[in-house]
Design a protein around this ligand. Sequence first.
Ligand code: HEM
Length: 398
Amino acid sequence: MTNEDPTGELLADPYAVYDRLRETAPVHRVTGPDGLPVWLVTRYEDVRHGLADPRLSLDKRHSAPGGYRGLGLPPALDANLLNMDPPDHTRIRRLVSRAFTTRRIEELREPVRRIADDLLDAMAGDGRADLVAAYAAPLPITVICELLGVPPQSRRDFREWTDALLMPDPARPGRTGEAMAAVVGFFSELLAHKRARPDDDLLSALIAVREESGPDGTDRLSEDELMSLAFLILFAGYENTVQLIGNAALALLRHPGQLEALRADPGRIGAAVEEFFRYDGPALLALRRFPVEDMTIGGVTVPKGETVLLSLASANRDPGRFPEPGRLDLDRDTAGHVALGHGIHYCLGAPLARLETEVALTALLERFPKLALDVPEHELRRRPSTRARGLLELPVRY
Ligand code: HEM
């Protein structure tokens, strides 16, 4: 990896870069696009320990002065779990975690299957489609909107906003600010609507928690925290899942033997999804973290306040942990993969992400026995993002 353009090479072939770094420089200091130092950590043990190490803070106030600048989100979106340490993190996580238990989420299996079937019905007549636009994207967006209680008339393809926030385009400098304003406007309206007409959904439940809060600093959920939480759940709730469904479908189309084995024994879908997470999970990197003191990672001293990036994708391809890591093997033991993080910030939506991906792939394979790629593989294009690695399009015929 060059210091000048780490992201360029990473986007083109992240796994090749990570393979090299794990061997030669497992805790590697690079210069980020903004000219600031970033420590990239690539070995499984270091990444897994780092994820659960309380000395690595997610709170930007622990970044060195003049250091990390981040997305520059307004407070109404920024007061979210992924920028927080305990005790704030513990307080808020407890409030939402009840909605995301495996049992609660399992109740969604049939509704999710109906959403998948409707999308497949709409695709069926055409014989070919972009699987991302027609299926992988609308499915998680619809599911998370139903769960939160976003009314149908307010739904849209939120990908445009996420792309503007996560993949800033130097040619369109105003786009990120416009997207932020649009997102704040959207949630202000939505929360007002839900306050006026509460329903049996997650947003109404969170608003109720907010209204119960005391007026004198005993707030259980501040107004900024409420909106930030809604924002995080909506966006974290679909972006990665869209990419995982696309990446998993591509992995199957590239490995016809494993595709056939899965068709022959659909009961293996649960194990298969874990391997899709490990093999080509969308979150290449965990959220940036800041050491609250000088600390040693993998034998290297990392100064307090500098930015640490733990590579989940690299950890999941570490041959010290997963033998022949570059091979897709739906039967392998994937226990301990870190595609959904580890420790107190472990993905809140993990049961939902698993369920959606299982249902999406099962329904797709059942419906289209002749599913195949509709372009040569080298024409497929990836999104220019290390946050949610996925395909811009996945043209298929069936
Ligand atoms: C393929 C799908 C998904 C992947 C790969 C994924 C990945 C992750 C990862 C790696 C983290 C931890 C980040 C870190 O520690 O730096 C995380 C946290 C989180 N995820 Fe997911 N996620 C997925 C789906 C979802 C879904 C469906 C939801 C919500 C409905 C969700 C909500 C969250 C939230 C709220 C957090 C923050 C948890 C905390 O800080 O305590 N995610 N996710």
